[in-house]
Design a binder for this molecule. Sequence first.
Ligand SMILES: NC(=O)c1ccc[n+]([C@@H]2O[C@H](COP(=O)([O-])OP(=O)(O)OC[C@H]3O[C@@H](n4cnc5c(N)ncnc54)[C@H](O)[C@@H]3O)[C@@H](O)[C@H]2O)c1
Length: 255
Amino acid sequence: MSASLANKLITVTGAASGIGLSTARLLARRGALLSLADYNKSKLSQAHEELVSVSSSQKILSTTLDIRNTQSVNDWIASTTQHFSRPLDGCANIAGFHPLWSPKSVEEVTDEEFEECININTLGLFKCLRAQLAPGIISPNGGGIVNVGSVSGLIGFAGDSAYVASKHAAHGLTKCASKEAGKRGIRVNAVAPGQTNTPMVQAMAAEKGVLPTPPVSLQREGQPEEIAEAIVWLLGEESRYVTGSIYRVDGGMLD
Ligand SMILES: NC(=O)c1ccc[n+]([C@@H]2O[C@H](COP(=O)([O-])OP(=O)(O)OC[C@H]3O[C@@H](n4cnc5c(N)ncnc54)[C@H](O)[C@@H]3O)[C@@H](O)[C@H]2O)c1
């Protein structure tokens, strides 16, 4: 087991559910100090209770916020460094949104539908990155940022243009930030999951009926813990020469 994240200060968005919650659990088990954020207050509070029980209340700070709100994001990052009296060592930007509406071709998508994906998956991510990369926020010793994109940020899917566009942009942001921040010892990577068994996908299945098995080499969907393992590896010292990468964790979907 890796010890490199013990007592490192890591922020996690989307920590109340799915891949974010699995990542927070793994980081807590590795002894990290965690600043968790999510806009689902009740689920975040449940996650907080659970994580405090495996870690300690001194090591876990939880904040309800919407990553679309610039002031909330800036205040969260500032209050995290104040609360723990130290700069950040890493950030897992995982919060994201997939629409529940049925597949729609480009000519059928409304402004509001398109904007909802972009506002969370692209602009919200941008606001987190901007706050995290501001001078003095990440340790002068360097740090790791991991954004969660998607295989939808690598290829197109008919009927899913808003989400696909928002995730392509998330990958683009990752690559630009890695080029800018590398000289400060800050690595910026993305994980691109394939279909993963989380409440997001369960809600889509409830809305649309059983989702087909994804067309992947391993012939099953992923589990959130399997995506979390990749995120935590990219946050830690073991991946110290990796930056600007988009890591597919998709069971072999695009091969
Ligand atoms: N599950 C999949 O198949 C899959 C595949 C590829 C990529 N992803 C990406 O993985 C990430 C995590 O998704 P998941 O499947 O765990 O979904 P999830 O719905 O279980 O978890 C997402 C979390 O993000 C939070 N969130 C959403 N919008 C927010 C906002 N504006 N501000 C703050 N918190 C917000 C939600 O409340 C939720 O707790 C997302 O970025 C998603 O796009 C998921």
